[in-house]
Design a protein around this ligand. Sequence first.
Ligand SMILES: Nc1ncnc2c1ncn2[C@@H]1O[C@H](COP(=O)(O)OP(=O)(O)O)[C@@H](O)[C@H]1O
Ligand SMILES: [Mg+2]
Length: 259
Amino acid sequence: MSEVEAKKKPIHDSIPEPVRSQGADPAYFSVWNMHSYYGESYIIHGISFDVREGEIVALLGRNGAGKTTTLRSIARMDDPQMHSGEIWLDHHPLHDDKSYGAAQNGIALVPEDRRIIAGLTVQENLELSQIEPPVGWSIERIYEHFPRLAERRNQMGTTLSGGEQQMLAVARALARDIKLLLLDEPYEGLAPVIVHEIASIVEGIKKQGITTIIVEQNAVAALKLADRALILDMGKLVYDGTAQEVLDNEDLRHEYLAI
Ligand SMILES: Nc1ncnc2c1ncn2[C@@H]1O[C@H](COP(=O)(O)OP(=O)(O)O)[C@@H](O)[C@H]1O
Ligand SMILES: [Mg+2]
């Protein structure tokens, strides 16, 4: 490494300031001063954070802290309404998009309830994702990363176990050409051995260059997987730092995660 590169490195490793739209060198993914409401209920109180390309970020906080609302705001769902703020992904603004536009621009939200389509096999669920461009991973590539789905390709999607349905929900996201994967409580209701399997899959797709934000009640499992952590409390961001620091900091965990 040259002397100049050596000097640059610490700056790169520190947590960057949230990037405004005017920023000359925006982060890969950036949320700036986001305020979201359900009707009159003011839920997200101006949060800002950056995510680097290829990172896994755990978005944590107690029940009702605003995690799902944050993911739904990023995915530009109609509900909640984002009254102000900016969202940028790979130099493209998403804040003026509707959910369809955000999806076309690379956002994939895997919701808590997984939404596997009834009456379709595993393979048909995957094929349906690829009906319209932009198409992502080929079905064969998906099966290489999800051997359980390959074994069950002809089985009805809704007859899979909970863990397998979660895998199918993630696989279906990858069947589209995505840049940012948003996982809402992927471990919910799953046995530890399956949690481990899903974590390995997320690590595997990170190696393929996918950037992920994972929301989890199982904070320890999410922190073990993640590079960085964000903690929300009553709609405000109270921590933005390394995942390891949260694992090591008992006070922080007690105060905001109740673990
Ligand atoms: N559809 C909705 N309408 C009104 N309030 C909602 C709705 N969904 C969630 N909320 C409220 O928004 C707050 C944050 O919820 P949510 O983002 O689901 O929290 P988390 O995912 O962190 O558990 C909670 O107070 C919740 O009651
Ligand atoms: Mg939630």
